[in-house]
Design a protein around this ligand. Sequence first.
Ligand code: GDP
Ligand code: IMO
Ligand code: MG
Length: 423
Amino acid sequence: MSNTILVGAQWGDEGKGKIIDFLTETAQIVVRSQGGNNAGHTVIVGGTKYVLHLIPSGILRPGTLCVIGNGVVLDPIAVAVEIEGLRSKGIQVTPQNLMISDAAHLVLPYHRLLDEAREASRGAGKIGTTKRGIGPAYGDKIARVGLRVADLLHTESFEQKLATRVAENNAVLAAQGLPGLVLAEILPALQAAAEALRPFIANTVVYLHEAVEAKKEILFEGAQGTFLDIDHGTYPYVTSSNTTAGGACTGSGVPPHKIDKVLGVIKAYTTRVGEGPFPTENEGISDLLHGMGREFGSTTGRARRCGWFDAVAVRYAGIINGIDELAVTNLDGLDTLATIKVCTHYELRGKRVDYPPMDYTDLAACVPVYIELPGWLTPTDAIREWKALPENARHYLEKIASLSGAKLKIASVGPNREQTILL
Ligand code: GDP
Ligand code: IMO
Ligand code: MG
């Protein structure tokens, strides 16, 4: 039994949802500890596609307990809608398999308006956020003016607290010439969501402590990816939470020494959605993948930017997260290429660089240096065993793992649960 933190080791959308679903065959508890409904984790089970935004991907496995931890920013209306959406597909969501932390901060309607307004005012310098209100909600948390899930449960005081926050944020919106919110118009939906969520709300820290003591197996489901981390990512083109392994501890209340392993999830190539530097971005591979109908965002539907595998980035992700093992997804995306490039290091103004510079203008100025590996020109999506993979595919996977400094553990050759090779 081991407690594992699963993190995205690139720019998000690495296939975390699929790997979580695969691993919940044994894990008993799945915890989301950061992010909000900016996340979109796709899981395909029995031919049905589910896109999870706030609810941990473990919800699809009967008997798995899912926890939305204190570090998440929770849009109460969105999570209530997500619960109903799952139920309409025949998935049971009850207080027996979903718990929501009373200390999680709320994403409220003014956060979404502020997110949109800030993006609009940035013009060409926009971040390309998901417009789910994530940045403003975390901003309020850090500024100590946020409202939390526990506040939502106290009907009368919640109305008063919300009224104060609406008035303050309306002033901010008015200063930009934007219309504000009317309390009476937003309150009923929030109150309805509060009642729908009430049975799920608990002190999840205490629950997780007891689960750790009882030696239950816990999986921490990272959202976003390492280079979207507020501290370690390509700031300011990042999200507003710690997407890296440390965030799993602060965002759940489970202490670091109770963690046994960190699993990094990567794609066999690289994608990024939203703005910001992306050294190995490549039009040819973007066109190839988009032409296959792949790499469109699961939350916003935007086409993802695509590029070659960047070992400089993943090596750095290995350091920050302490990645022990790697799960490589979307190997099948490269099946039709005769040669595949892999970036081993960058050059910045004539000098070799082995780790990504933290300044985004420097990162944008980095020129990737590639090696070329032979492709395998064979469909891999029906392969289930390591030995059955074409030799060049095995060589490619071993090479990107060794360049990244971590042990290869899982290779994924399709979006379905069965399309997974365990090494
Ligand atoms: P997440 O946010 O990290 O969970 O990733 P997303 O769900 O946003 O994006 C990953 C996409 O790749 C989804 O459409 C998955 O269904 C899909 N996917 C995951 N693993 C594989 C794979 O090995 N092969 C293929 N073809 N698709 C995959
Ligand atoms: P999952 O969990 C990929 C990106 C946005 C934008 C930046 C900031 O599915 O991997 P935000 O709305 O968070 O303020 O946007 O972060 N972003 C993601 N990109 N996958 C995600 O989640 C993302 N969540 C946010 O596109 O560039
Ligand atoms: Mg995603």
